[in-house]
Structures are given as structure tokens and as C-alpha cells.
Design a protein around this ligand. Sequence first.
Ligand code: ZN
Length: 232
Amino acid sequence: MISPNFDERPAPPDMIVLHYTEIDEAASRSWLCNPASRVSCHYLLREDGGWEVLVPEDKRAWHAGVSGWEGVGQINSRSIGIEIVNAGHRPAPTPFPRVQIDSVIALVADIRSRWRIHRAQVVGHSDIAPGRKIDPGEAFPWDALAAAGEAIHVPPATTDAPFNEADFRDAARTAGYWTDPIDGKQPELSALIDATQRRHTPAQVGSAPTGALTETLKLFAHARAAALLEPL
Ligand SMILES: [Zn+2]
């Protein structure tokens, strides 16, 4: 099934955004292809690892919503969206079967090679929409994607340093996060903390931020900067 919910891209994609559906496969397909929903994605990736095209990659699918990364908004314009069938937070994050993650890795690798997208530009919906989205959630194995060379992941830093808001904001900005106003909007500090914890220190989600979160973001930023210099 092809979704009617797309329009033209202003430029080729240079990012990949990973989502979870939070609803089952049939309901996801139906919603993402319903003209009334005004949402879509390029790929729906099933629990058995199979995937299907809902919107061609050269068109702009409507999966990211209000979003920002590296100081730029409207991430739909520059990304390819993959919806991964997963029950989400019901109430705890739902594990992803290994066969499904192997397919995410294979699909991301294929897309990256064809569009020449850096692995540093493979992000989660929560990374680009802090305070609004929490998918693909704390159960998503970024370490497995990174081990396969398809994303960046750093182990959480260990330090007793206290949390400092200015340092945290600087580290988050350098790491790519949306920290400053875009079109008059910006995430709250609490949303930024939640989003960065969710991706980088998932065991800390809901806890008060620490200096270790900031240090982890600095390590992530460093790894991203190095990866962005890799030839494609
Ligand atoms: Zn999403």
C-alpha cells in the first residue's frame, strides 16, 4: 500500500529518523495510509523483519512533525522515516526482536549507501522532537546499530560532577540537539534533559540530571564529529 500523505522534497535526504509505531502492524499501515491522518513514513518495518514502502524515498513523508536538529527545523524535508512496529511504552518499553533489529540495520545501511547519509545522521524521533516524542524509546538498541556501523553510540560516562545547565546546553547543542529557537520555538530544558537521557543514559530517564549526562553528550558529540569526517 502506498500512502497519499507526502509532498515534494526541497533537497535530497541527509538524515534517517527511527520511530516506533506504538500500535500493531495492521493499525499502523492503515493510519499511515489514511488521508485523514496527515502522517506517513517511508518504510514500515514489521516485527518479523520484513519491510514495505509506504512513501518513495524521493518524496517528503510526514513523520517528524515539529522538529529540529543541528539548528535546522522541519526535519521531514531532509530525512527518511522508518516506522518500526513495536508496542512502545505500555507501560514499560517493549523489547525489539533481534530479527527486527537486524532488518533495521540492513535497511539503514542500504538507504545510507544510496543517498550517502552519514551514520552520525541516524537519529531517533525523540532526538529531534524533545518534549513531544519519546520513540523509539529506551529499549531501542542503539549499541547494536553502532556495532554494525549504522549509528553512533557511546557508553554512559561516569563522573561525580554536578549538573550545570549552561554546560549541558552547550554539550547538547554540539551533539546536534535543538537547544535554541527555530521559527520561534525551542524545547524546554526538562524536555531536552529527558530526550538526551532517553537516548544516551536510558537507565536515568525520570531522574535528576547529573554531570555524567553532560559528559556523555560531549563524548557523543566527539564521536559524531569524527564520524562526519568519514568518507561515504
Ligand atoms: Zn515517531
